[in-house]
Design a protein around this ligand. Structure first.
Ligand SMILES: [Zn+2]
Length: 146
């Protein structure tokens, strides 16, 4: 992901934004008027190799979407999770983990089915949701950490 220019919705100033930095915890605000900038941040893909650093070691709370390519209900979570990644840009890190590519982490977290959504804060699991959830419920469950 490379830097892009975003116009401030409040004052119209152009701002240079690095989506990678936003996903790591820099809240996108306008340099001139400090208004929140609408930045599209994609969920980060994680697997066994990077799970500890990207999820447990994240500076921000993390919403982890655990999915599988063969899971039909998981597909309905995809746009909801993507929307949350952008609307909480800089305040919440959103990650997706494919169970087929992450067998060690799946065993460690004792994942029994997909989709499973887990909220982590300071490297600890705080909430787990098993099965499809709508956006309202996700927002409710995220409110204590965001
Ligand atoms: Zn502005």
């Amino acid at each position: 992901m490379s830097a892009r220019t975003v116009s401030c919705p409040s004052c119209g100033s152009p701002n240079r934004v690095e989506p990678e930095q936003v996903s790591r915890g820099r809240e996108p605000v306008c340099g001139r008027c400090r208004a929140h900038l609408p930045v599209c941040v994609a969920p980060v893909e994680v697997n066994d190799a990077v799970f500890d650093g990207e999820v447990l070691g994240a500076a921000l709370p993390v919403l982890l979407d655990i999915w599988a390519p063969w899971c039909v209900p998981c597909r309905s979570m995809e746009p909801v999770v993507a929307e949350i990644a952008s609307s909480f840009a800089g305040r919440l890190r959103v990650a997706r983990m494919n169970v087929d590519e992450s067998p060690e982490t799946v065993a460690r977290l004792r994942i029994r089915g997909v989709p499973t959504l887990i909220i982590f804060e300071d490297g600890r699991e705080v909430t787990r949701m098993i099965g499809v959830r709508d956006k309202d419920e996700l927002l409710r469950r995220l409110s204590p950490v965001t």
